[in-house]
Ligand binder design. Structure first.
Ligand code: GLY
Length: 317
């Protein structure tokens, strides 16, 4: 019998207590991770996941999510999904009901969700829309060098402004980003889930690391599980979640495995650099995390926890 354990990224505390309750009642890690992330996706105060997530450059909320089971390495994911509030559940359905595939994106993912009766909903809340518009208004159009912006159509000026803003957006302040939850249940099963609305002002159709096995999410019951938040293009290029698990396979602690994987990603050239973070648990239930800057934490609940605890991540700087 394994000890129950859940860790999660910043703001996962919206879902982790309910997830732990599921484990305590004998539920599976899969059920716990899905439930925990649904609660995060439904948290309207969170603008980086689910309903209320900040939209892409066209003003549409597009969501990515994935789930991976450590014993079978079964994986399900969706990318660039619009109008469905709980992409983590669609990702689970891809894994369980469409085992010939692992990842569906865009219209195909939405058709699949419709076929299973998932409810559609408006994801862009008035608060998220106001934030999105405000940040666009803050872009001085004259700042676009070498372009006679006054002569352009408003539409083109708008697009250029949005692109300019994307460049300016990273890195930014505050508790932001994707949400990861990793759980271990009584049977020792390890499941890792990731959900995000991705980068605000991203190009429509952009899919980040949260949907990609080995990049933002990886679980292998023999060695552990890991997940990433932050600049997904870095973890896509670095295969960061898989690198963390490989590092644990070679005997590193969860914290060192994350730290070393982030060091590798940090060396990649990237004009849009923003922070990347990761967290992990080992097969025997040790946990840790790393981040680009001091003061970052991850969230923890064990069997005896009465509420989520916040543990420091090892900082690269
Ligand atoms: N890590 C989330 C993203 O880049 O979309």
């Amino acid at each position: 019998m394994s000890e129950l354990l859940i860790i999660g990224s910043e703001r996962s505390e919206a879902g982790i207590p309910a997830a732990m309750e599921i484990l305590r009642r004998g539920g599976s890690a899969l059920e716990a991770v899905e439930r925990g992330l649904i609660l995060c996706e439904d948290n309207l105060a969170d603008h980086y996941v689910g309903t209320g997530g900040l939209p892409n450059a066209r003003g549409e909320v597009e969501l990515d999510a994935s789930i991976m089971v450590g014993s079978s390495r079964a994986f399900g994911a969706v990318g660039a999904v619009k109008n469905f509030p709980n992409p983590i559940s669609i990702a689970r359905a891809v894994m369980e009901k469409l085992p010939q595939h692992a990842l569906l994106v865009g219209q195909g993912a939405e058709d699949f969700a419709d076929s299973l009766g998932f409810k559609r909903a408006e994801l862009l809340t008035p608060e998220a829309k106001a934030l999105w518009l405000q940040q666009l208004k803050d872009v001085p159009v004259e700042s676009i060098e070498g372009e006679n912006t006054k002569a352009m159509t408003g539409d083109l000026r708008y697009r250029l402004a949005a692109i300019e803003l994307v460049k300016k957006f990273a890195p930014h302040e505050g508790p932001w980003g994707t949400i990861n939850i990793i759980a271990r249940d009584r049977t020792g099963e390890i499941v890792c889930g990731v959900s995000t609305s991705g980068y605000p002002y991203k190009h429509p159709g952009r899919v980040g690391d949260s949907s990609i096995p080995g990049a933002g999410n990886y679980a292998d019951i023999r060695y552990g599980a890991a997940a990433c938040t932050g600049r997904g293009e870095l973890s896509l290029r670095g295969g960061t979640a898989r690198t963390v698990v490989e590092n644990m396979r070679h005997g590193m602690s969860a914290e060192d495995a994350c730290f070393e994987a982030l060091k590798e990603a940090r060396n990649l050239p990237d004009d849009f650099r923003a922070e990347l973070r990761c967290l992990a648990i080992t097969a025997d239930g040790h946990h840790g995390g790393a981040a680009g800057m001091e003061g970052s934490t991850y969230t923890l609940m064990t069997e005896s926890s009465t509420q989520p605890e916040f543990r420091p991540r090892k900082a690269l700087l």
